[in-house]
Write a protein that binds this ligand. Structure first.
Ligand code: NCD
Ligand code: ZN
Length: 356
């Protein structure tokens, strides 16, 4: 008997790097990492090369995903000023739209008002708009949500002032939701100094006060835990110009289970943050006969032995509260005590749409 049985977890923020970044991660390796972390459905970001801002690029990613994914995958379409005319066509093959309002890895970035308005007026209303928004960009996005009367989702909220603004917006009944990452909950700027490039990501790690604010809002304002799994190779991280981003799929649940052990979050709340809310917010399909069996024995997170192609973690040495023993996806054992059993192609590509 497992200590705990959870529904298959949903991670709404991952980078699986196809096309163009296959040396960092692929659908096969990224979804193996997902299963090892108890995650049976992921949404993957569009800052690939080429980015997923045209139907042609999205079709390439969809074909690769359908062939290689071991768990279910939905793709974000990306917003780019030169490609806004494609948005309605892209929507058919995408789970949601991602808009980058601040700089990060890759060139996707929107900083002109006409493109933002085009996103809010032409992206189909039944699909969500998610934003990378930091500092005052959060206020811009809340303004757009209010103006156009449609929901927005904030990715990886990391600062006290941001989570407090989102709490105020929610208090006024505005249609906003948000996610936080395990790295912004378990690491601070002091860890960034210790880790160097391995602790560099966007948004940056916060102060102890930022981290305290995220924990204080975990039981009300925060809707989802999402990893922002952003693998880069150790060689890239050791280079003169290291790209921002850290892997997280395999450590997200184990770290959050340490918060369960500490009494900082209940299993019910964790299930809402890692399954129920992501599914509701992104209107994702149910996965029948799908569950995760967990062993609640604390351990120290190791350095090596990962499924992700990048092969490292920024969390080595931290205490995990439990580990994934077994994952069952649609009635088949997909992961069993360290072994990924689901084959490439076992995952479904969402949305399943005949014309794309
Ligand atoms: C992400 C990546 O590497 O693609 N990097 C990061 O630091 N988070 C990009 C992103 O999610 O903004
Ligand atoms: Zn990201």
């Amino acid at each position: 008997m497992p200590d705990l049985t959870l529904p298959g977890l949903i991670d709404v923020h991952t980078h699986l790097r196809v096309p163009g970044g296959e040396h960092k991660e692929t659908f096969a390796t990224g979804t193996a990492a997902a299963l090892a972390g108890g995650v049976t459905m992921v949404l993957a970001m569009p800052n690939t090369n080429p980015p997923l801002t045209t139907p042609e690029a999205l079709a390439i990613a969809r074909r690769a995903g359908a062939a290689d994914a071991r768990c279910d995958v939905g793709l974000f379409a990306g917003a780019a000023p030169a490609d806004v005319a494609h948005l309605p066509a892209l929507a058919e093959g995408a789970a949601a739209l991602k808009i980058y309002l601040n700089d990060t890895f890759g060139r996707l970035r929107v900083d002109d008002l006409p493109t933002l308005v085009a996103c809010f007026t032409t992206w189909p209303r039944h699909k969500l708009i998610a934003l990378h928004a930091e500092q005052q960009s959060v206020a811009v996005a809340i303004g757009l949500a209010a103006t156009y009367g449609r929901p927005v989702h904030f990715c990886h909220v990391s600062r006290r002032e941001e989570i407090e603004l989102i709490a105020d917006a929610k208090g006024r009944g505005l249609p906003v939701t948000c996610e936080v990452t395990p790295h912004h909950l378990f690491l601070t700027e002091a860890d960034a100094a210790r880790l160097g490039a391995l602790g560099d990501m966007r948004p940056l790690l916060g102060t102890a006060d930022d981290v305290a604010a995220l924990w204080a809002h975990l039981n009300d304002t925060v809707d989802c835990i999402a990893t922002d799994h952003a693998p880069h190779t150790l060689a890239e991280k050791g280079s003169a110009n290291p790209p921002p981003g850290v892997p997280g799929l395999e450590t997200s649940l184990p770290l959050m289970l340490s918060a369960v052990q500490d009494g900082r979050v209940t299993v019910e709340r964790l299930t809402a943050l890692m399954h129920d809310n992501p599914r509701r917010i992104y209107d994702l399909p149910a996965q029948p006969e799908t569950w995760v069996e967990v062993e609640m024995t604390p351990y120290e997170i190791p350095d090596a032995g990962w499924q992700t192609k990048c092969g490292w973690t920024p969390f080595a040495g931290l205490t995990a509260g439990g580990r994934v023993a077994r994952v069952v996806l649609r009635g088949e054992v997909a992961y069993d005590n360290g072994a990924v059993l689901a084959a490439p192609g076992a995952g479904m590509l969402l949305p399943v749409h005949p014309t794309f």
